[in-house]
Write a protein that binds this ligand. Structure first.
Ligand SMILES: CC(=O)SCCNC(=O)CCNC(=O)[C@H](O)C(C)(C)COP(=O)(O)OP(=O)(O)OC[C@H]1O[C@@H](n2cnc3c(N)ncnc32)[C@H](O)[C@@H]1OP(=O)(O)O
Length: 474
């Protein structure tokens, strides 16, 4: 028991009193002098009980002090006394409660901002009187005065004793995990809470139940947008009305929904989640421009149109590819007009595509000393011509530097290739006439390039003439 140097009986006309920020018992009646006296004594009682509570819980400083209570607007302390104990009576227990605005997780893990949520902040019964039902007596008085129910109370960092107390007297076992020090029990967010919200201090944010969408200013909502909680609330409202009133209500809901969607858009995810994404060319091909044309219906005709568009695109690509192959062949034939020694194979970077060694004639453009974008454009489009400098994948976009060559000179019965050495861009070697065998590497080198064509599909030396066999129908 906690006894004091003064008589506590005037302060405790009843065993349990309620003290607010004025530091006076709720039953107090007196003049100014009595008021100052009562405030002083009550401050001493509160500080002493608060200190004992902190010691009992192992806290390094009290949660409850008279100064704190004076500064708070929404906290109340319940004090339990035994006026019959000792000479001046004794104070036995303390229970501090209040309302707090909290961001809490509900059973589904969704964030809710609970305004004026009832909270158990400090609870203490003197060790000599514990487990005698006094704690419950104090707690029950508080519930009646505040019009709270135990399941709707958040508990600030409860001790094991308090958890046992709530389990025994109120059957509270299953908690809802929270990110802060508060403990909630299942049922905290029940319907009763929203119906009796104001009475129980559950003045939830007004956006909370709009169309089942949960919108608050919480960090979660700011980051990830509104959360859909279901439309139970909307259904309840809808089916609770009849006739024109119901229709009118439905229209209002639609308007609210539109406004809400706009609101959601405004608080939609930002940062890298909200960053605009570049157009995906492959997606455009796959969807065949349905997005732009507004054919997103998915009907049978739309599907067939999409298939036709894909076929058209494939055909265009094929035609472009054939044109590319032809350009390659023409370019090669130009280079083969005059025999010249094969460029010596020299080690070079893997990524570089080397055109045939520029012939000494002025016909071949002089390679610029510095790579220029204008020159690079020469390999693009219909005005394609021989590149004037070393081309890399960056310029051509081609993955394989022998791309197109194989297509252009596919082996047939008329032509034989034996390309044992490295392949340079556009270099096609016709090694030997039909039926002739390679005799030596020297011969192979001399036969490397075809000569001027003559007649009958053979060159003057009797080699196959590529120009003769080249046919666009290939
Ligand atoms: C938010 C907060 O305030 S957290 C801090 C809570 N306060 C404390 O831990 C301070 C130390 N403890 C106390 O002051 C008291 O034990 C109180 C306030 C928790 C409960 O007051 P009591 O008068 O003992 O409660 P009451 O007699 O009505 O109920 C007893 C039940 O409380 C629990 N309890 C009380 N004392 C203990 C204890 N020492 N060990 C374990 N459980 C206890 C038990 O469930 C007990 O039931 P049981 O005796 O059948 O096991």
């Amino acid at each position: 028991m906690v006894e004091f140097r003064f008589d506590i009986k005037p302060l405790f006309p009843q065993p349990i009193i309620k003290v607010a920020s004025n530091l006076l018992p709720h039953t107090f009646r007196g003049d100014r002098r009595q008021c100052l006296d009562a405030t002083s004594k009550m401050s001493e009682i509160i500080d002493r009980l608060g200190q004992l509570s902190a010691i009992s819980q192992g806290l390094n400083k009290p949660v409850t002090t008279a100064q704190r209570l004076r500064m708070s607007e929404n906290q109340t302390i319940y004090l339990l006394a035994d006026t019959e104990a000792g000479h001046n009576g004794a104070v036995i227990g303390l229970l501090k409660v209040g309302t707090k605005d909290l961001y809490l997780f509900d059973e589904k893990g969704q964030t809710r901002k609970m305004e004026q949520s009832p909270s158990i902040l400090d609870f203490y019964v003197h060790e000599s009187r514990q487990r005698a039902g006094l704690g419950k007596r104090l707690f029950e008085t508080m519930l009646n005065e505040e019009h709270w129910t135990p399941v709707k109370c958040s508990v600030d960092r409860p001790s094991e004793k308090l958890l046992g107390f709530l389990r025994k007297h109120y059957g509270l076992v299953r908690t809802i995990p929270q990110a802060n020090n508060f403990v909630l029990y299942e049922g905290f967010f029940g319907d009763e809470a929203s119906q009796n919200g104001s009475r129980n201090g559950h003045a939830a944010s007004p956006e909370r139940t709009k169309n089942g969408l949960h919108i608050t200013n919480s960090p979660n909502t700011q980051l990830f947008g509104a959360t859909y909680l279901g439309d139970e609330t909307s259904k309840q409202k809808r089916f609770g009305r009849r006739g024109s009133e119901s229709q009118q209500h439905h229209q209002q809901q639609q308007q609210q929904q539109a406004a809400l969607l706009q609101q959601i858009t405004q608080i939609s995810p930002n940062g890298r989640y909200g960053a605009p994404r570049p157009t995906c060319s492959m997606a455009e091909i796959i969807h065949a421009g349905s997005a732009s044309s507004g054919k997103g219906g998915g009907g049978g005709s739309a599907e067939s149109n999409r298939g036709n568009e894909i076929a058209d695109i494939a055909e265009q690509l094929q035609m472009q590819h054939l044109q590319t192959v032809e350009n390659h062949i023409e370019y090669e034939l130009e280079q083969e007009q005059e025999p010249e020694p094969e460029p010596e194979p020299e080690p070079e970077p893997e990524e570089v595509i080397t055109p045939p060694t520029p012939p000494p004639k002025s016909k071949t453009p002089t390679p610029p000393k510095v790579r220029s974008p204008e020159a690079a454009e020469s390999i693009i489009g219909d005005n394609r011509r021989a590149p004037a400098f070393q081309l890399s994948k960056q310029h051509t976009g081609m993955k394989n530097r022998s791309f197109g060559v194989g297509m252009a000179v596919m082996p047939t019965g008329k032509m034989e290739f034996n390309q044992e050495e490295r392949e340079d861009f556009g270099v096609v070697k016709i090694n030997r006439p039909l039926g002739n065998e390679i005799t030596s590497p020297v011969q192979d080198n001399t036969d490397a390039m075809s000569t001027v064509s003559s007649t009958g599909g053979l060159t003057d030396q009797g080699y196959n003439d590529l120009k003769f066999y080249h046919n666009k129908l290939w």
